[in-house]
Ligand binder design. Structure first.
Ligand SMILES: C[S@@+](CC[C@H](N)C(=O)[O-])C[C@H]1O[C@@H](n2cnc3c(N)ncnc32)[C@H](O)[C@@H]1O
Length: 211
């Protein structure tokens, strides 16, 4: 059974997409997409040879024909048919490194980072990659953020880059609690750091009221 995050990612794939799942791990997403005819074609890849071995085993057991590449990001993959890349379950720095080498024919990315979402949004924007849609899901008590990213220009503002555009009230409340906890630990003498977090708290309170 596919987990909630991978199912949400699958929901953002279109029938005529040719997909590359980077960091496929055991190839669950690629297998699901192929078995359910959810895209034109799908490829998988991983940097880790053990993960790839398991991926190939699962593909074989499912009686499917999916090519799985051993590759650091896009490095060993030359396939002009691919238009969509999934990059999920890694940290923001790894995702940004992978994106640096994205071939120009890939114009759709589905990204789910494990950390630093505000930084990721800012960097994507700077690199002319625009978040069309953001979905927040809660699975096993953990929030996951899934971004649908394209090259179609979208204007952003500081607030949407910082907190995203999902407008999920519970997630915003979770961020506010985190901010409160951080603020409580900052010594009274660190005036500027406290001001920064107090500002975050105000912004989050406003967003929660609006959501
Ligand atoms: C936690 S798993 C995520 C699996 C699945 N994509 C998900 O979101 O649930 C992360 C996978 O990314 C792979 N990975 C990490 N850095 C990578 C890179 N630079 N290129 C390709 N795969 C990478 C790891 O080997 C691992 O299998």
């Amino acid at each position: 059974m596919l987990n909630k995050k991978l199912k949400t990612i699958a929901s953002l794939i279109d029938k005529n997409d040719t997909v590359l799942d980077i960091g496929c791990d055991h190839a669950y997403l690629a297998i699901y997409l192929k078995q359910n005819n959810l895209c034109k074609d799908v490829y998988a890849s991983d940097i880790n040879s053990n993960a790839l071995k398991q991926a190939n085993k699962n593909i074989k057991n499912a009686n499917l024909n999916i090519i799985a590449y051993l590759s650091d990001g896009f490095r060993n993959i030359e396939n002009e048919a691919i238009n969509t890349a999934v990059i999920s379950g890694m940290g923001t720095n790894t995702i940004l490194d992978i994106l640096k080498y994205a071939p120009s024919h890939i114009n759709k990315f589905i990204i789910s980072s494990n950390n630093n979402h505000a930084y990721l949004r800012k960097k994507l924007y700077k690199n002319k990659l625009y978040i069309k849609k953001e979905i927040v899901i809660l699975d096993n008590n953990k929030y996951y953020i899934i971004m649908l990213v394209t090259k179609d220009y979208l204007k952003e503002n500081k607030i949407s880059l910082k907190y995203g555009k999902a407008n999920n009230k519970d997630y915003l409340k979770f961020l506010k609690t985190k901010e409160k906890d951080i603020l409580a630990k900052i010594p009274k003498t660190k005036i500027y750091t406290r001001l920064k977090h107090q500002k975050n708290l105000k912004e989050l309170t406003k967003l929660i009221e609006k959501s």
